[in-house]
Design a protein around this ligand. Structure first.
Ligand code: ADP
Length: 367
């Protein structure tokens, strides 16, 4: 019907896509103050239209305490889930054209990483995070291409805790918890894995958003197994939802593969080594190691180093196919708005600033 509108949108998406290829993008999102948090005392002074963010040092009032950052996008605390998704839609859609894409959320615990990636607990459609929206959109587009290109979609979900990869959709737990639902999902996927799947983790074929919701519920349930409190555990582990797409061109018979990694990283807060011992210290060391490995991979890609240290952590090993080369990478930098979080916010922002604008793999002359 609205042919011209569609055409214009497609052209816009295409241009944005060309720009994304081979680069890492950084989008910064500031969480709003939550009800009951007391009198808001913010350090995030100004969120600019053009990707600018100004942070004030609470102990240094006035000009001296101001620090300005610039990212590809900066969201005000009022930004909705739908607005955020609109900006990453082209990236998500490119998976159906055979690209590998990685979207991850980085920030201290409580800064909104899970909110951005998944949404709040028991989210209604309006509150859905990137994960559900991405799958929903992939189904929508693949439906519209049916007959020309036929797609199969498979999902894996793992958690990395203390450098161990745990399958969140592991068969026996799934069968145990959700025998009935399993019938509607079918058996283990027949989708060709193209060598990119998480080794040994179960993969399920999905046909609709409701399949995805069911699977993610199972994964989230399993994530809390063995944890004293779910929030504690989830802030100390990385969770990765991997979407595999296989598309068959019905005219030529050629087949394409794309994958999408959706990563909710462990909290980036620094832990005072003198204060923690035992399990906590071990967890903190593993988190530091994997987050710094992620940084190392990104920075060595940027410097076109001949050795990219993917193998230094489980996280970078799993994400290898979507970091570098023709892959497209997007990082959500999450911030707490309050003054107490100032020093954590600054270290998050400094990491983000180093990552921002880094060119990965295929170089592009204009930016
Ligand atoms: P993290 O995953 O970084 O530990 P969460 O996503 O759990 O943080 O967010 C902490 C709290 O803040 C949660 O209660 C969450 O629902 C809320 N929250 C985070 N971001 C937003 C937002 N943009 N709008 C409303 N509430 C948010």
């Amino acid at each position: 019907e609205n042919y011209h509108a569609v055409l214009t949108e497609n052209r816009k998406l295409f241009n944005e896509l060309q720009e994304l290829k081979g680069n890492i993008r950084v989008f910064c999102r500031v969480r709003p103050f939550l009800p009951g948090q007391g009198a808001p005392n913010t350090v995030v002074e100004y969120v600019g239209e053009d990707g600018e963010l100004v942070v004030t040092n609470p102990t240094k009032p006035g000009k001296d305490g101001l620090r300005k950052f610039r990212f590809n996008k900066v969201y005000s605390p009022a930004a909705t889930q739908a607005e955020v998704f609109t900006d990453i839609k082209p990236l998500v859609r490119s998976v159906l054209d055979g690209f590998n894409v990685c979207i991850f959320a980085y920030g201290q615990t409580g800064s909104g990483k899970t909110y951005t990636m998944t949404g709040p607990d028991g989210a209604s459609e309006e509150d859905w995070g990137v994960n559900y929206r991405a799958l929903n959109d992939l189904f929508k587009i693949s439906q519209s291409r049916k007959g020309n290109i036929n797609y199969e979609v498979g999902v894996q979900m793992v958690e990395i805790y203390n450098e161990q990869v745990l399958d969140l959709l592991s068969d026996d737990i799934v069968v145990f918890l959700f025998t009935l639902t399993l019938h509607t999902l079918g058996i283990l996927s027949t989708i060709s894995q193209n060598g990119l799947a998480v080794p040994d983790a179960s993969m399920y074929p999905v046909k609709s958003t409701s399949d995805v919701i069911t699977l993610m519920d199972i994964g989230l349930q399993n994530r809390s197994v063995g944890a004293t409190a779910m929030n504690e555990r989830s802030s100390r582990s990385h969770s990765i939802v991997t979407v595999h797409v296989r598309g068959k061109d019905m005219k030529t018979g050629s087949v394409l593969y794309g994958n999408l990694h959706l990563v909710d990283l462990a909290g980036s807060e620094r832990v005072d080594r003198s204060e923690v011992k035992g399990d906590r210290l071990r967890e903190a060391q593993h988190i530091n190691k994997s987050l710094s490995s992620l940084g190392d991979v990104i920075f060595s890609l940027a410097s076109k180093s001949s050795h990219i240290p993917y193998r230094n952590s489980k996280l970078t090993q799993l994400l290898q196919s979507s970091l570098g080369g023709q892959a497209k990478t997007l990082m959500f930098v999450q911030l707490n708005p309050d003054a107490i979080s100032y020093s954590e916010s600054m270290s998050t922002l400094k990491f983000a600033e180093r990552v921002s604008g880094v060119e990965l793999g295929a170089a592009k002359s204009s930016k």
